[in-house]
Design a protein around this ligand. Structure first.
Ligand code: ACO
Length: 333
C-alpha cells in the first residue's frame, strides 16, 4: 500500500513587487529586507483571488498526474485569507474545476496549513475513506497586511500551490530500496502563544453585544517571538518525526520548509547539523505566502527535475496558532 504525491501545481499573480518598490511605499530599504529576511521580491495580486489561484494550481497538479477533475474524491484547501467566509474556498475550487463528486472543505492552520491538510488527507486515505485528494495552500495575504506597517507588509506575498495525492494498493519500491509514499507525520500547536502572530476578523456587532476590546484587523506580529519559536520548535519536531520513523538527519535528501525567513531556515539547518544545500529556498523571489510556500516550492523543485524517485523529503511548516508539523515522504511520482 502506498499513499503518494503524483502531481504538483502552482499559480502566482503576475505582478512582481521588488524591495525597491516597497521602499516607495514605506520607509524601508532593499538592504534591510534582504539582510533580515532573504526576500528580494514578492508577487502581489491585482485581482487574483484565493480561489482562482487555488483552482489554477489544482488544474496543473491534476494535469501532471494525468487525472480528471471528475475523479477527485477530496479537496482540502488550507488558507487563512479566503475571499469569502461562506462558501469555503474548497467548494469554490470544486465548482471551478468541475470536481463534482469531491468532498470539499477548508482548513486553517496558518503557515502550517498545507502540511496539516496533507496529513489530514493522508489520515483519511489510510482509513480507505478516499482514494485520492487535492491538497492546496492558497493565500492572498496582501489584503491582510497593513500597507503602512513596514514591519509586516514587506514580508508577505500572494500565491497558491497544490498537490494531488493518490492511494495505491501495491507498494512502489524505488531503485534505492525505499518504499515510495508518506512515511510519518507529526503535528503540534501551542495556543497559549497565539497572539504573537495574529489578525482580527469582524467583531461582535449584534444588538446585545457587550463592549469589547477592538480587534486588530491586520496581521500583527512579534517577530522576535516568532523567530524564537520557529528556530526551537521546527528542529525539535523534525527530530521527533525522524525518531518516530527510525530515521536520522542523514537519511534525508531534502528539507522543504515553510519559506518564512532565510535566517530561520539557516538556523534550523545548523541545529539539525545538516548541510544548508539540502534546504531549497525560493523566498527571495516570492516572499512568505503562508500555507502556499511548501506546495509552491515542491512544484518548483518537481518541474525543475530536482526531485528524484526514491528521494526522502521532510516537509515542515510552522506559523500562527502557534502551529507546527513535519511529514516525511519518499518521492515516487
Ligand atoms: N525596514 C526598515 N526598518 C524596519 C523594517 C523595515 N521593513 N521593519 C522594522 N524595522 C525597524 C523597526 O522599526 C525597528 O526600528 P527601531 O529600532 O528604530 O525601533 C528595527 O527595524 C528593528 O525592528 P525589529 O522588529 O526588532 O526587527 P528584527 O530585527 O526583529 O527583524 C523580522 C524583524 C525580520 C521580522 C525578525 O523579527 C524575524 O526574522 N522574525 C521571524 C519571524 C518571521 O520571519 N515572520 C514571518 C511571518 S510568520 C511565519 O511565516 C511563521
Amino acid at each position: 500500500m502506498a499513499i503518494k504525491i503524483t502531481g504538483t501545481g502552482s499559480a502566482l499573480p503576475e505582478k512582481i513587487v521588488t524591495n525597491f518598490d516597497m521602499a516607495e511605499i514605506v520607509e524601508t530599504s532593499d538592504e534591510w529586507i534582504r539582510e533580515r529576511t532573504g526576500i528580494a521580491e514578492r508577487r502581489i495580486s491585482t485581482g487574483d483571488t484565493v480561489s482562482s489561484l487555488a483552482a489554477k494550481a489544482c488544474e496543473k497538479a491534476l494535469a501532471m498526474a494525468g487525472r480528471d477533475a471528475a475523479d477527485v474524491d477530496l479537496i482540502l484547501v488550507a488558507t487563512c485569507s479566503p475571499e469569502l467566509l461562506l462558501p469555503c474556498c474548497a467548494c469554490q475550487v470544486q465548482s471551478a474545476i468541475g470536481a463534482h463528486k469531491a468532498v470539499a472543505f477548508d482548513l486553517n492552520a496558518a503557515c502550517s496549513g498545507f502540511l496539516f491538510a496533507l496529513n489530514t488527507a493522508y489520515a483519511y486515505m489510510q482509513t480507505g475513506l478516499y482514494k485520492n485528494a487535492l491538497i492546496v495552500g492558497s493565500e492572498v495575504l496582501s489584503k491582510l497586511v497593513d500597507w503602512t506597517d513596514r514591519s509586516t507588509c514587506v514580508l508577505f506575498g500572494d500565491g497558491a500551490g497544490a498537490v494531488f495525492m493518490e492511494f495505491s494498493q501495491e507498494d512502489e519500491i524505488c531503485e534505492n530500496g525505499r518504499k515510495a509514499g508518506i512515511e510519518c507525520m507529526v503535528m503540534g500547536a501551542d495556543g497559549t502563544k497565539g497572539m504573537v502572530l495574529a489578525c482580527g476578523e469582524r467583531g461582535l456587532e449584534n444588538p446585545y453585544a457587550k463592549e469589547q476590546e477592538a480587534v486588530h484587523p491586520y496581521v500583527h506580529m512579534d517577530g522576535q517571538e516568532v523567530y524564537k519559536f520557529a528556530t526551537r520548535q521546527v528542529p525539535a519536531c523534525i527530530k521527533d518525526a525522524l525518531d518516530k520513523a527510525n530515521l536520522t538527519v542523514e537519511d534525508v535528501d531534502l528539507f522543504v520548509l515553510h519559506q518564512a525567513n532565510v535566517r530561520i531556515i539557516e538556523s534550523v539547518a545548523k541545529r539539525l547539523k545538516s548541510d544548508l544545500s539540502k534546504f531549497p529556498m525560493n523566498l527571495d523571489k516570492i516572499g512568505n505566502m503562508s500555507s502556499a510556500t511548501i506546495p509552491v516550492l515542491l512544484d518548483e523543485l518537481n518541474r525543475d527535475k530536482k526531485l528524484k524517485k526514491g528521494d526522502r523529503l521532510v516537509l515542515s511548516g510552522f506559523g500562527a496558532g502557534l502551529t507546527y508539523g513535519a511529514s516525511i515522504l519518499v518521492w515516487g511520482a
